[in-house]
Design a protein around this ligand. Structure first.
Ligand code: FE
Ligand code: FE
Length: 313
């Protein structure tokens, strides 16, 4: 049975910690059944078409700004991931793995599309889309995404380093961003259910990317133990990048905007719990970011140990 269907898939963080999936299973045929004909069936925009954006999300104010800032940034992140990951397709060591990366390229292109299109649903005019992306997220894109992209392209395109690319994506890039994505799904759920579904769908894809990517790295390292030192060194360089890039400031700024909007819409949110026993309206920006950071640490430790790179910690 497919463990990653829309109704039964675990949350992103739980799934990334508990699901085991290899490229032998998660090849092109699996993807066709579980993604286009599975989670995405009837959701061409990433969410149930019956879900519309509430009027208060389309009105100027901190809540709309928070979602525009977030989705503009994430749309560009996904587009950069799509372009960079495509370099892993020709250097994948076998057919199943090649098929998996071909599907991941399409997944990431889809994520870029659904985040971008949701900006239109929030009332950004189509003719003005790229100016809006630049206005809302340009500074963050240049400060955080451009250096990460440069780092990734050096490994995947210039060095054609397959293991390096896989480790970079599963540990440094997607592994580090996944907790923020789960936080997003949880906090937007009562305010913009269409956005929460977009995140849910992307999160289900992400469980596959993280677990299959880790299985690929583990298998590759088992066959090439001489590459371990290089992989450890890459993880160390990648983790160092996260300490110097202004990611924490970026996430906190987003949460502060969200908080102002949350206070205005407290009646809509009501007793909704962001996690069991904790009402969203009672949380603070610091608490939400600290929780995501904690998930990040937990996931990174588990994934490094699974791959066989626990010395990196
Ligand atoms: Fe993605
Ligand atoms: Fe992904």
């Amino acid at each position: 049975m497919n463990q990653l269907s829309w109704d039964t898939a675990p949350s992103l963080v739980d799934g990334a910690l508990s699901v085991e999936l290899t490229p032998r299973e998660a090849n092109l045929r699996y993807w066709l059944e579980t993604v286009p004909q599975g989670t995405l069936a009837g959701r061409p925009d990433g969410h149930d078409p019956a879900l519309t954006v509430p009027d208060f999300m389309r009105e100027p104010g901190p809540l709309r700004d928070a979602l525009l800032t977030e989705y503009a940034f994430r749309s560009v992140a996904e587009e950069k991931a799509t372009r960079a990951l495509s370099y892993l397709v020709p250097i994948a060591p076998d057919t199943d793995t090649m098929e998996f990366y071909a599907t991941q390229v399409l997944d990431e292109a889809r994520h870029a599309m659904v985040f971008r299109n949701h900006l239109l649903a929030l009332g950004v005019p189509a003719t003005n889309l790229w100016q809006a992306v630049e206005a809302f997220a340009g500074a963050d894109i240049h400060a955080v995404l451009d250096p990460l992209e440069e780092f990734g392209l050096k490994i995947m395109r210039d060095d054609a380093d397959f293991l390096g690319g896989v480790v970079l994506m599963t540990i440094i890039i997607e592994g580090a961003l996944a907790p923020a994505a789960e936080l997003s799904e949880r906090k937007w759920r009562p305010l913009d259910p269409a956005a929460a579904e977009i995140d849910r769908g992307a999160g289900i894809d992400e469980i596959r990317h993280l677990t299959v990517g880790a299985a690929i790295a583990k298998e590759y390292l088992a066959g090439h133990p001489e590459d371990k030192e290089r992989a450890l060194e890459l993880v160390a360089r990648g983790m160092h990048m996260w300490t110097v890039l202004p990611v924490h400031e970026l996430v906190l700024r987003r949460e502060v905007l969200f908080q102002r909007g949350l206070e205005q819409q407290a009646a809509v949110v009501g007793d909704y719990e962001i996690w069991p026993g904790r009402r969203l309206v009672d949380t603070t920006p610091e608490e939400r970011t600290a929780t995501a950071d904690e998930w990040s640490r937990e996931m990174k430790a588990a994934r490094l140990a699974y791959i066989g790179l626990e010395e990196a910690l």
